[in-house]
Design a protein around this ligand. Structure first.
Ligand SMILES: Nc1ncnc2c1ncn2[C@@H]1O[C@H](COP(=O)(O)OP(=O)(O)OP(=O)(O)O)[C@@H](O)[C@H]1O
Length: 360
């Protein structure tokens, strides 16, 4: 009997091709479009309505059913609440990571099973492999598109039910496949940014939920060089939008955010990309999650990313106890950012990771 796969269709080209490939591989395929954000319909920045129309057109072309489901309540409770908490604590969260573990591979997976699915699938660029009874999350073959960083909080149960049909393909091959099959999304622009924020002005969006608390911008020595709009609007290493161009006796080098003093409501800035306060040997992370269900070895050479668009950096896990990890890098890392995730790899296998609490 044919296995039934429920594929997440976002109305983008990647998930369109994922659905097509699964159909060609002989699965019984059902598309599922989710809506995760409520003001979608009235909101100029959120193209959800058009995305659903596109997903429906693709499903029609491939000849599969498309269902829709609304997870906006789950999203608010399990992802957005944490997002606001993190910002109000001065950290820079990555809601797409929590969206994967809580919505796409939990609420969605449960729904997929309720629809009678044997498996679920998405158009993520990543791979799953079963080895010695364990499911491993692996990088995509297209290194420039690999999304395993966003998937490091998945567990064995989730991976055992998941297919990533694009994991062994290159992005340009995806567009070619879409064109050849005449999919209406073949030329659609890739989506960018966090799904519910999209292209909207970030400060205005956040100020709808969290009070603005302006304060001083200071150098590490305590010299006042400007005013900030609220610490939550800034992130480590940020260069644009500080509004402190030509401060007196500055050395002409650009300013970067190098810290937040939450108690005094002061934003700390330094001059020069390679200022020592922006370069760290290691970090502490908590909220750890290991995909195999057990901790990796300490004092072993791994590679890790402290942000998505970053080459892997050689590292060692020096200490793992009471839910925290201390990770040291072979070379100094730039602008390690509390709230972002550190994701650990052994070769092309993603082991898991945690949320950065501080740089060392
Ligand atoms: N609204 C949605 N409904 C159903 N599935 C979704 C939705 N948004 C994302 N997904 C699933 O998660 C995958 C990864 O999402 P991401 O936002 O990274 O999309 P993407 O890489 O731009 O892919 P696509 O081109 O399919 O939008 C998608 O390929 C799709 O399978």
């Amino acid at each position: 009997m044919k296995k039934k796969v429920i594929v997440g269709m976002s109305g983008g080209v990647d998930s369109s091709v994922a659905a097509l490939l699964l159909k060609e591989q002989g699965y019984e395929v059902v598309g599922l479009f989710m809506k995760n954000w409520e003001d979608d319909d009235t909101d100029e920045y959120c193209p959800a309505k058009q995305d659903l129309i596109d997903a429906a057109a693709v499903a029609d072309k491939i000849g599969i059913e498309l269902e829709a489901v609304n997870f906006s309540k789950e999203y608010k409770e399990r992802v957005f609440a944490n997002f606001l908490e993190e910002y109000s604590a001065g950290r820079t969260p990555n809601p797409d990571i929590l969206c994967n573990s809580e919505i796409k591979f939990k609420a969605f997976l449960d729904h997929a099973m309720a629809l009678g699915g044997d498996l679920m699938a998405t158009g993520h660029y990543a791979q799953v492999r079963e080895k010695n009874g364990l499911f491993q999350l692996m990088k995509a073959d297209d290194g420039t598109k690999d999304q395993s960083y966003f998937l490091y909080r998945l567990n064995q149960a989730q991976l055992s039910k998941t297919l990533f049909p694009l994991g062994h393909l290159l992005k340009r091959e995806i567009r070619d496949i879409a064109r050849r099959a005449g999919l209406p999304t073949s030329e659609k622009k890739d989506s960018t940014g966090i799904c519910f924020i999209g292209e909207r002005p970030f400060q205005e969006f956040l100020s709808r939920y969290l009070p603005r608390a302006p304060g001083e911008i200071q150098t590490p020595e305590g010299k006042v060089v400007g005013q900030h709009h609220g610490l939550m609007y800034y992130t480590m290493g940020q260069r644009q939008g500080l509004g402190i161009g030509g401060s007196k006796d500055s050395n002409g080098e650009p300013w970067f955010v190098a810290g937040k003093d939450m108690q005094r409501n002061v934003l700390i800035v330094v001059q020069g990309h390679d200022h020592p306060l922006l370069l760290n040997d290691g970090l502490i992370a908590d909220n750890l999650h290991w995909i195999a269900g057990e901790e990796p070895k300490t004092h072993w050479v791994y590679a890790a990313k402290t942000r998505y668009r970053q080459p892997d950096a050689p590292c060692e896990i020096d200490r793992l106890d009471s839910g925290t990890a201390e990770i040291r890098f072979g070379h100094k890392q730039w602008a390690i950012t509390p709230g972002q995730s550190v994701v650990v790899y052994e070769s092309n296998v993603c082991l898991g990771g945690g949320i950065i609490t501080s740089a060392l």
